[in-house]
Structures are given as structure tokens and as C-alpha cells.
Design a protein around this ligand. Structure first.
Ligand SMILES: *Cc1c(COP(=O)(O)O)cnc(C)c1O
Length: 955
């Protein structure tokens, strides 16, 4: 290993343990060198030789490289529309949310006591969506508008018995229609697009009708027309979905007011950069009665042990894990960071600010419309909000080119029509450029067009949170106050098994804000997106080199979206070979819940394969299932290394058996952090895998998204990678269609993984993997004898994570995993993954980024907790009143005038000592949770999913 120049090698910054620490840890495990840990993998799957990747770059070199790539993109003013709009991210929000590690390194708020800040921000998001759409229950974000439309159709399907037709508005955004068609293909829905929806409802037995507002052409339908569509639909028992622009809704009557049952859309134009298509937060809200069928997560209000109002994820929290193929959706990672950004845009501007932004946009669109009308052009509609469709017979190409020369991207609809969409950032120069491109002149006093008689009478955003923080000082303090309530990676280790909470380095994060990456519209001409094209191509090639697959698609915008895309590829492959009957998907009982939910979405039937007592797949059961379903076998989905954190040596045999029966092997690659540089799923039996770039490849979790879930496939599945209706270059024509709204999904965060791989190089990635294995085994070893490690491989070692079995302890002491998880907060830690994949256990994944100091601090905390449990076991502390049962302890509790507990205040609040350590986290740096333990049941019984009235906070 190079040591002299090591200060300049990024991998030494990324990997936690120093050389000296590594030696100590290896010694503790009885090992000579790091490479010995590679023996934990079965010899049959170990790769020989290094990954085929370029030399590792330094941080400054990768920043230069990415800056140059970003400058090959030419954003111009984006006036293309179609669901993506120019917006101005308030700098106070950009720097203190999007670019602030306190927000972006946080995990999904499953541990609500340490997540009150982001939960409040998400509750604001839900309140904003619910107010503007008029529908009472809104979720805490979906992946994008196109998938949100498809999810809404899914809600309609689950709650409407009759009919098999989905009626789509001819005005629906083309990418939304395409994503719905992808879903429909596997689930057997019939999709019909119609201009006259009332007539179409007469003709077809529809269970759902989707109305776009404003339409793709910009047209705004009158409220009376909308009402007659929904009346007709309800008469026929169909569900009404409004795909609505949230900013337009500040002026238009709410979807609820004319009868919509569900509203969906994007919140991108609430201050979230275009990012070449994503990540952006999709939204959904539903009428009363549909809340329990909603996809995705929902934040609710409950109370803590002291009766203080507190937020938590309600109902569906982990419902795919519980309900698997019967889940309402496969959504796990969503778009929390972007939902927080959009909600803060509303907090900062308030209702009047938003309305004024909408008025200005509408005014500018009217001014452009007047100029065009005066210049002799015809507009497709009199009624519009921000978007015009202009007839320019034979001249569209020329006009769009002229606008581009003047710095504006317009939409070329066909040879005879041009689309113009005004955004918040469409300034006078941009409008002037548009006028010149058409050869007309602007008159600031003139304006034509209106909002089709909509008079929004309903108020919105009346809650104080949207009316209090309109100066930058106040806004900054609000953001700081919220993020201070949360425990993110910037405070300490988050050892969540299966989630890979590793370092998200600053050099990886910086480039996403470069204007060339941040401000590009996804449907701009490819010649203006050359930097993205090159970055995406290289990233795809590197992922191919790492996984051993032949082809990669970067379109899926979460791991579960990747599962779905991969299973759809398998489905298409079987169909192309005339094997319509191959619809059975084998899934081991230990699998991540999204696997089964994705299989159901891909139209497959799930058959469970048993696990043995040691957690490995029961090969006898597998053989029996393969035999039984030989002719209908579509695929097996296996996670490798398994969700039990073990490298099973049966993977080669398993692949052989399934392939012999004509099935395909899907290797869930979310655990790639245990493989990168050591083994390649594309070479050891997989036909397709998804990766989670937001786990292994350094994209931060953002409090529950964004994610990128690319899939790698072997050559025979390459014709079935997702494509895109508007951008043919995004995928093969032979494919089933898109799985996301944007051609390259969440392109805007791909520079993060690009930078990570570029800076690590082949050697760095291999060392990272080995260090991840070292760290997990070190923890397992240190806790041995105190907390049994549930599963280990043949050599007694685990892979990159280990499962601590608390079931025996719970039996003797009645102390639960919950108690231990909450007590860890008092010691300054985020809990490990609870009760997955085995109930009553904690799954610990430290990742390579944690130092020995932090690992020891964690092990010391766990050992101290074990001693506390012993006191409960011994009867020294009673079952209901001890530091474990009462954890976590807030500052308010510890300093309360009254203290009646059988343990001291400092044992409660400073269990790891009052003095600061050499590294932050203890003593004066101790993290205090904002609330005490939250009552989950209360929250689900009394479902409140928008900001509670302010009085409820008073003592
Ligand atoms: C995280 C994870 C997933 C789902 O990924 P999302 O991005 O959250 O959708 C699937 N499988 C496994 C094993 C995982 O750990």
C-alpha cells in the first residue's frame, strides 16, 4: 500500500480506520492482513484481477473533470414545460437544505425520536399539498409525477371493483402516459386516451380517469367541464385522478372542489432545480376513505411519553416489509430531501408569495400570448396558466432554433407547432428572445388569455408555519432549529444494516450544484446535454465493469424501481420467446419486502422459498419449488450476500438450477458494498441486478431519498432495458417502455457516484469493501459473548453486516429491541436496523467509513447497555422504570424538578460520561433527542397528517 502520498489519496479519507487501527482490528480477529478477509467469499465466485477502471483521481482532479463536463451542458432558459419548469431556489434553502449535510446525510425517519426536524418538514410538505389540492390526506412524497400518476391508478384499481379501462386525458404529459402503459402491460389494464372524457366514460367501462391540469398543451379546462367529467365518472363508479401543477393550483380551484378523488403531480417548480429530470418529489393526496390504500410513506402526529406532540411515520411505515406482494406499492426510498426543499420554498414565500409568483408567471404568459396574437399567430387555447401552444405552420423548427440561438429552450411539438412555457426564472431577456424568435414584439401593457373562469375561493397555507419565516434571518433559524433536532451522519455513525450509511464526501456533493448540472431541462436538445451524456456513459461503463454485466440502465430512480425495471425485462424476455406462462417468481423468505412487491407489480406470482435455521436458503425446498413450477418459472430473486449478512456458497448451484428450468436469476444488488472489487453478480450467475447508488455508491439518503437504482443486465436482456417516449437515445426501441418520467431518472445526483468511483479507483473500491467486512467482523467479535451474532458463514465470519440476536435477552429481561434502540440514542447513536430480516434482532452495518474510535464507542455503548439489562434481569431495576424502558431521555426530563426514578439523572442523560471525548459525540457534544419515546399506536388510531393547530403545542 502506498503510504507516503496517502494524504492525497481520496480512499484514505473515505475509509475510516487508519493503517494502525486496521492492524489492531485485524489482530483482534486473528488475521494477518486485510486481503485475508476476501477468503470469506466462496472461491467459485471470487474475481481474479482488478476491476477495469481508470486510475483514481484526487478530489481536485475530479472537481475539475466534473466542472468541465458540466460546462459541456448548455442549460439556457428552460421554457419547454411538460412538467419541468424553471424555478428559483432561494439561496437560503439551497445552501441550508440541499447543500447541508445535516439534511442530506439523514436516514429515513424510522426512528422518529431523532428525526423530528425532517418529520416536521415533511408534515409541512403534506399540509402544503393537502391545502392546495383540497384533499385531506397527502403523503410524504413519491418518486416523480409520472410514477405518481401510475400509483394513483393503482389506488383506483385497489378500491374500485368495476371495469378494466384506465381513461387518460389526451392532454396527459406523454411521459406519464408511457409510465402508466408500462404498468398496465403487466397488470392487464386497458389504457385508452381520449379528448372528450365524458364521451369516453360513456363508451368504456373505466375504473379510473386521469385529468391533466393544465394540459400538456397548456390548456386549462373550466371548472364546470371538470365537474361534469367527475360527475360522469362517479356515476359509473370510476375514480377521478387529477394530475395537477401545484403552482397553478394557487390560482385554480382545487381538484377536490370539482370532485377529484386523488391528486398527483410534481413539486419540482417549488424551488427544486431541474437536474436534467430529477430527483424531484412527486406528490399524492387522497379523499377521505382512501388513506389506507395510499402508496409510500405518510407522516402523522402522535404524542411522546410525556404527552408532547411528536411526529412519526404513520400506518404504512414499512408496509412492503409486512405485506410484501400485497403491499400498496413497492416504494421504499422516495424523495425526502426534495420534498423538504419544496416545502421550505412554500414556508419561505408563504401563500401570498406563492400567489404572486404564480401571478407573475401568468402575466408573462399573457403578455407573450398578446404579442403572438398581434403578430398573427394562432394559439391552441384561450385558457392557459403558463403554457402556450402556438401554430406556426412549417416554421416550428426554425423558430425553436432561433430561440435557442437567443438563449431559450422552447418545445418543438411537431413541424407546425411550438410550445412555450413560462417559468419563475423567465425574465425579460428570455421573453424578448421568444418574441424575436417568432418575429413579434412585446408590449408590457398588453395581455390576452385567462384561467377559464376559475376563481379560487378556498384559502390555503393558513398555518403559522407558512406565515412566520419570510425574512432570511427567521428562515435560517427555522432551518437550523429543525436540523438540530435530527441525528444524521454529521453527528455520528448510523449503523443501519442493509442501508450502507457511508461517507457522502463533500467533493462528491459539490458538483450537483454546478449550473450545467442543476439547470438543464430533461427534454432539451441532446447537443446541449453533451456533458451529461458523457458522464452518464462513463458511469454506466464503470458500473458494468464493477458488476460484470454487459449493459446498464440508469433510469430507475430507486432500488425498488430498479427491481421493477429488471423484472419487467425478464417478463419481456419470456414473452418474446413465446413463454407467456412463465409468471412465477421465487423469493426467499428472508428477502427485502420490496422484492415481493415489485414482482407483483411486474405481474408475477410470488412463491416463497424457505430459509434454514442458519438463515441460508433451504436448497431442498428450492429444488422442490423449481421442480414443481418448472414450466411456469419466470425468475428467482436472491439478495447477495443474503440479507442475513452471509456469503452463501450455494449461489452458483442455485443459479444453475433456475437456469436449467428456464428461469432467470435476479440478484438484488443492494448489498454491493460487500462485493465491489471482490465478486461480480453478472459473472457468478445473475442475469440482472439493481444497485443502490444511494447505498454503495455514496449518494446520501437525504432523509429518505433521493435514490438511483440502476440495473445491469446480461446481453440477452439488453433489448428490454427501459426507454423513453420523448428521448429515443435513453433506451432500446424494443423495450416495454419507461419506469420513470425522465429519460435518465435522477440524473442530477449521478455526479456523486461518478465522483466516488473516479476517486476510489479499482484499488480503492476493493479496499473499501474489505474494510466494510473488517468493520462488521470487528463489531461482531467485540460483542461476542454479550450479544450472539445470529448468522455467520462456514468460516465463522460475516460479510459487511452482522445480526445481533436479542431474543434470548428479551426472554429473560423483557427488554426489547426497541428499548435497546432507544437507549442507544442516549449514548449518542442512531439505532441499527430493527427486526429485519429477523424479528427481535438488530442488524448492524458499520460501513468502511467509520473509524475504530467510532466502532469502539458503539461497542462500548452496547456493552454498557448489556450491563444495564443485567440489572433488570437481576431485579435491581424494575421492568417498567429503568433507563431502557424510559429511553430516550430528553433534556427536559433529565432537568425536571421532580425525579423519581431508581437511577440517577446522569445515568439517564450522560450514560457515556459527562466529558468530551477526543472526537465529537459525547460529553458536551452529546446529542439530545427532541422528544421522548413516541406512542405509535396512538398516532395510528388518531390519524393526523397535516400540521396540527398551534394551540396543541401549549403546555
Ligand atoms: C434498500 C434495499 C432495497 C430497496 O431500495 P430502495 O432504494 O429503498 O427502493 C431492496 N433490496 C434490498 C436488499 C435493500 O437493502
Amino acid at each position: 500500500m502506498v503510504t507516503t502520498a496517502s494524504a492525497h489519496i481520496f480512499s484514505t479519507r473515505h475509509i475510516g480506520p487508519s493503517d494502525a487501527e486496521r492492524r489492531e482490528m485485524l489482530e483482534h480477529l486473528g488475521l494477518q492482513e486485510l486481503e485475508d478477509l476476501a477468503q470469506a467469499l466462496p472461491a467459485a465466485i471470487r474475481m481474479d484481477g482488478p476491476l477495469d477502471l481508470p486510475e483514481a483521481l484526487t478530489e481536485s482532479a475530479v472537481l475539475d473533470d466534473l466542472r468541465a463536463l458540466s460546462e459541456m451542458n448548455h442549460p439556457k432558459r428552460a421554457m419547454i414545460g411538460l412538467g419541468y419548469h424553471g424555478t428559483i431556489t432561494p439561496p437560503v434553502v439551497r445552501r441550508n437544505v440541499l447543500e447541508d449535510p445535516a439534511w442530506y446525510t439523514a436516514y429515513t425517519p424510522y426512528q422518529p425520536e431523532i428525526s423530528q426536524g425532517r418529520l416536521e418538514a415533511l408534515l409541512n410538505f403534506q399540509t402544503m399539498v393537502s391545502d392546495l389540492t383540497g384533499l385531506p390526506t397527502a403523503g410524504a412524497s413519491l418518486l416523480d409525477e409520472a410514477t405518481a400518476v401510475a400509483e394513483a391508478v393503482g389506488v383506483a384499481r385497489r378500491t374500485t371493483r368495476k371495469g378494466n379501462v384506465v381513461l387518460l386525458d389526451a392532454e396527459i404529459l406523454p411521459q406519464s402516459a408511457a409510465v402508466v402503459r408500462t404498468r398496465a402491460a403487466a397488470l392487464g389494464w386497458e389504457v385508452v386516451e381520449a379528448e372528450d372524457l365524458v364521451a369516453a366514460l360513456q363508451q368504456h367501462e373505466a375504473f379510473c380517469v386521469v385529468v391533466q391540469l393544465p394540459g400538456a398543451s397548456g390548456v386549462v379546462r373550466g371548472a364546470a367541464d371538470l365537474r361534469s367529467i367527475s360527475d360522469k365518472a362517479h356515476e359509473n363508479g370510476a375514480t377521478v385522478v387529477a394530475a395537477a401543477d401545484l403552482l397553478a393550483l394557487t390560482r385554480l380551484e382545487s381538484p377536490a372542489s370539482w370532485g377529484a378523488d386523488i391528486a398527483v403531480g410534481s413539486t419540482q417548480r417549488f424551488g427544486v432545480p431541474l437536474f436534467y429530470g430529477g430527483p424531484h418529489a412527486g406528490y399524492i393526496s387522497v379523499r377521505a376513505g382512501l388513506e389506507r390504500s395510499m402508496p409510500g410513506r405518510l407522516v402523522g402526529v402522535s404524542v411522546d411519553a410525556d404527552g408532547t406532540p411528536a411526529y412519526r411515520l404513520a400506518l404504512q411505515t414499512r408496509e412492503q416489509h409486512i405485506r410484501r406482494e400485497k403491499a400498496t406499492s413497492n416504494i421504499c426510498t422516495a424523495q425526502v430531501l426534495l420534498a423538504v426543499t419544496a416545502s421550505m420554498y412554500a414556508v419561505y414565500h408563504g401563500p401570498e408569495g406563492l400567489r404572486s409568483i404564480a401571478d407573475q408567471i401568468h402575466g408573462k404568459a399573457r403578455m407573450v400570448a398578446a404579442a403572438l396574437r398581434t403578430g398573427g399567430f394562432q394559439l391552441a387555447s384561450e385558457h392557459f396558466f403558463d403554457t402556450l401552444t402556438v401554430a406556426a405552420p412549417g416554421r416550428a423548427t426554425q423558430i425553436v432554433a432561433a430561440a435557442r440561438d437567443r438563449g431559450v429552450h422552447l418545445r418543438q411539438i411537431d413541424a407546425d407547432h411550438v410550445g412555450i412555457s413560462v417559468g419563475e426564472d423567465s425574465d425579460q431577456t428570455a421573453l424578448q428572445a421568444v418574441a424575436e424568435a417568432f418575429g413579434v414584439s412585446l408590449d408590457e401593457q398588453a395581455g390576452v388569455g385567462d384561467l377559464a373562469g376559475h376563481q379560487r375561493g378556498e384559502d390555503y397555507l393558513l398555518h403559522p408555519v407558512f406565515n412566520s419565516y419570510h425574512s432570511e434571518t427567521l428562515m435560517l433559524r427555522y432551518l437550523r432549529a429543525l436540523s438540530d433536532r435530527d441525528f444524521a451522519l454529521d453527528r455520528g455513525m448510523i449503523p443501519l444494516g442493509s442501508c450502507t450509511m457511508k461517507l457522502n464526501a463533500t467533493a462528491e456533493m459539490e458538483p450537483i450544484s454546478y449550473p450545467g448540472f442543476a439547470n438543464l431541462h430533461p427534454f432539451c436538445p441532446l447537443e446541449d446535454a453533451k456533458g451529461y451524456a458523457m458522464m452518464i456513459e462513463r458511469l454506466g461503463q464503470w458500473l458494468e465493469a464493477i458488476t460484470g454485466y454487459d449493459r446498464v440502465s440508469l433510469q430507475p430512480n430507486s432500488g425498488a424501481a430498479g427491481e421493477y425495471a429488471g423484472l419487467m425485462a425478464i417478463r419481456s424476455y419470456h414473452l418474446a420467446r413465446g413463454d407467456e406462462q412463465r409468471t412465477i417468481c421465487l423469493i426467499p423468505s428472508s428477502a427485502h419486502g420490496t422484492n415481493a412487491a415489485s414482482a407483483a407489480m411486474a405481474g408475477m406470482k410470488v412463491v416463497v422459498v424457505r430459509a434454514l435455521a442458519d438463515g441460508s436458503i433451504d436448497m431442498d425446498d428450492l429444488r422442490a419449488q423449481v421442480d414443481k413450477h418448472r414450466d411456469q418459472l419466470a425468475a428467482i430473486m436472491v439478495t447477495y450476500p443474503s440479507t442475513h449478512g452471509v456469503y452463501e456458497d450455494t449461489i452458483t448451484e442455485l443459479s444453475r438450477l433456475v437456469h436449467e428450468a428456464g428461469g432467470q436469476v435476479y440478484v438484488d444488488g443492494a448489498n454491493m458494498n460487500a462485493l465491489a472489487g471482490l465478486a461480480q453478480p453478472g459473472r457468478f450467475g445473475g442475469d440482472v441486478s439493481h444497485l443502490n447508488l444511494h447505498k454503495t455508491f455514496a449518494i446520501p439518503h437525504g432523509g429518505g431519498g433521493p435514490g438511483v437504482g440502476p440495473i445491469g443486465v446480461r446481453e440477452h436482456l439488453a433489448p428490454y432495458l427501459p426507454n423513453h417516449p420523448l428521448v429515443p437515445e435513453a433506451g432500446p426501441e424494443s423495450s416495454y417502455g419507461p419506469v420513470a418520467g425522465a429519460p435518465w431518472g435522477s440524473a442530477g445526483v449521478m455526479p456523486i457516484s461518478y465522483a466516488y468511483i473516479a476517486m476510489m479507483g479499482a484499488q480503492g473500491l476493493r479496499e473499501a469493501t474489505l474494510n466494510a467486512i473488517l468493520n462488521a467482523n470487528y463489531i461482531g467479535k467485540r460483542l461476542e459473548g454479550h450479544f450472539p451474532v445470529l448468522y455467520a458463514g462456514a468460516d465463522g465470519r460475516v460479510a459487511h453486516e452482522c445480526i445481533l440476536d436479542l431474543r434470548g435477552i428479551t426472554k429473560t429481561s423483557h427488554v426489547t429491541v426497541d428499548d435497546v434502540a432507544k437507549r442507544l440514542i442516549d449514548y449518542g447513536f442512531h439505532a441499527p436496523t430493527m427486526s429485519f430480516p429477523v424479528a427481535g434482532t438488530l442488524m448492524v452495518e458499520p460501513t468502511e467509513s467509520e473509524s475504530k474510535y467510532e466502532l469502539d464507542r458503539f461497542c462500548d455503548a452496547m456493552l454498557a447497555i448489556r450491563r444495564e439489562i443485567a440489572k433488570v434481569e437481576a431485579g435491581e431495576w424494575e421492568g417498567q422504570d429503568n433507563p431502557l424502558a424510559n429511553a430516550p431521555h430528553t433534556l427536559a426530563r433529565v432537568t425536571a424538578d421532580e425525579w423519581t426514578h431508581p437511577y440517577s439523572r446522569s445515568e439517564a442523560g450522560y450514560p457515556a460520561g459527562r466529558h468530551a471525548g477526543p472526537i465529537a459525540g459525547v460529553g458536551q457534544d452529546k446529542y439530545w433527542p427532541a422528544v421522548a419515546r413516541i406512542d405509535g399506536v396512538h398516532g395510528d388510531r388518531n390519524l393526523v397528517c397535516s400540521c396540527p393547530p398551534i394551540e396543541s403545542y401549549q403546555d
